[in-house]
Design a protein around this ligand. Structure first.
Ligand SMILES: [Zn+2]
Ligand SMILES: [Zn+2]
Length: 436
């Protein structure tokens, strides 16, 4: 009897497996959604508190202490002082599995807040010799609060998680960069991170997710050019070498790199000279002129080619006039490039988290992000979270870094749900992942 029934019984059990997993999934998502709602009051309070107490890059001690205390209270392994003021929390699930990281940046900017909210920042600092306000003008206060919320949601579900979630709270995204020193300090090792996710608040309908596959934000590099001529009287230009005229030719020459020399069908690029300093008086031709600008690219090979052309153009133009040009380009931030396969794999997760109609493909962003350093080590996806109030025209909203930048709190639970869902779904076996 037993033998005769063995095969049909196995077949029956196998057939039942997907149904059982599906039921288990919907229970996981129902629990996740419930926990997101439950934690929202705290997320709003954290965000307001952090917003009122912004700290500049590598000075995020209060924020880091708040984060570390919270992660410890959730029973995580916590490392502080990672790559400066960074905090790493490790949440081990109830079963073994893969390792996924979620990242938030913690720094504010030297901007005096002009938004009239009860938790407006009144913090001031001395920045480059100037007395100025400090503000979360890029919205990183939202990122910290969202990730603290996701930590609480996921810690509450740890028994259901197969694998490990690493929480990365990094300093100094606005410069000099906190991701690279955190990586050097082992933030992606022990446990070895296999994928990383991050989000950024952005002008867009509150609660919408805007994403791209492949290059998303630009690589950013600062170029410094020092043109040395020879000082002479302004009425006697043949007595020296005029670095002002040479610099003018260089500024125009550099504009032909993108317009005439680069294959712009591969990717766009930008070469901007934004600062020209030289001379002190109308009739004295100076010895030197110093220029600075920024280079933005979406392709690392093209970036290298543009660097060479900037150097060659500046040096050759200077040489033609008997001057010299010294060109230095900093290491900057690489391209923020969303791994195409991982982006496709996580798209159903984003759609389930925020609704199919609220997930849209956005344009390339010419800004830069040091999230890109994590993506150089492991596949990663970085998405934008709209924070413009629904009753306002987001195309007219104050951009990030503006003293009027404003983030609608209705986007906070969407952010928590998005980050938590990305972790849960990445760790979940393929057959059981969310479908939109
Ligand atoms: Zn910013
Ligand atoms: Zn930012």
């Amino acid at each position: 009897m037993r033998n005769r029934h063995a095969i049909p019984l196995v077949a029956l059990l196998l057939a039942a497996v997907p149904i059982a997993l599906e039921a288990q999934d919907s229970r996981i998502y129902a629990e996740l959604d419930r926990r997101v709602t439950e934690v929202n009051g705290k997320v709003v309070a954290w965000r307001r508190d952090i917003h009122a107490h912004p700290e500049l890059g590598m000075q995020e001690t209060r924020t880091a202490a708040l984060v570390a205390a919270h992660l410890k209270s959730l029973g995580m392994e916590v490392r502080t002082g990672v790559g400066g003021t960074g905090v790493v929390g490790v949440l081990r699930g109830g079963r073994p599995g893969r390792v996924v990281a979620l990242r938030a940046d913690m720094d504010g900017l030297p901007v005096t807040e002009m938004v009239d909210v009860p938790f407006k920042s009144l913090v001031r600092t001395n920045y480059n010799g100037q007395d100025v306000g400090v503000m979360h003008a890029c919205g990183h206060d939202n990122h910290v609060a969202i990730l603290m919320g996701a930590a609480e949601v996921l810690a509450g579900m740890r028994q259901q998680l197969a694998g490990t979630v690493v929480f990365l709270f990094q300093p100094a995204e606005e410069g000099p960069g906190g991701a690279e020193p955190m990586i050097a300090d082992g933030a992606l090792d022990n446990p070895k991170v296999e994928a990383v996710f991050g989000l950024h608040v952005w002008p867009g309908p509150a609660g919408d997710i805007i994403y791209r596959e492949g290059p998303t934000l630009a690589a950013s590099n600062t170029v410094h050019i020092k043109v040395r001529g020879r000082q002479t009287h302004g009425a006697n230009p043949w007595g020296g070498v005029d670095p002002v005229v040479v610099s003018s030719q260089i500024v125009l020459g550099l504009q032909t790199i993108v317009s005439r020399q680069i294959n712009i069908t591969t990717a766009p690029a930008i070469v901007t000279i934004a600062m020209v300093h030289g001379g002190i008086r109308s009739n004295i031709i100076p010895d030197t002129v110093v220029m600075e600008g920024t280079i933005r690219t979406y392709d690392m090979a093209m970036r290298g080619s543009i660097f060479e052309r900037v150097k060659r153009t500046a040096e050759s133009i200077a040489e033609a006039s008997g001057a010299t040009a010294e060109v230095t380009i900093d290491s900057g931030y690489p391209v923020t490039r969303n791994d195409p396969a991982l982006t496709q794999r996580m798209l159903p997760t984003l759609k389930r988290a925020v609704g199919t109609n609220s997930v849209t493909v956005g344009p390339l962003i010419t800004g830069a992000e040091d999230f890109s350093y994590f993506q150089l080590k492991v596949p990663g996806v970085f998405v934008m979270l709209g924070v413009t109030p629904r009753d306002q025209d987001w195309t007219k909203a104050a951009a990030n870094h503006s003293p009027y930048f404003f983030a609608d709190e209705s986007a906070l639970p969407v952010g928590v749900k998005t980050m938590s869902s990305l972790a849960v779904d990445f760790l979940m076996p393929p057959a059981t992942r969310a479908t939109p």
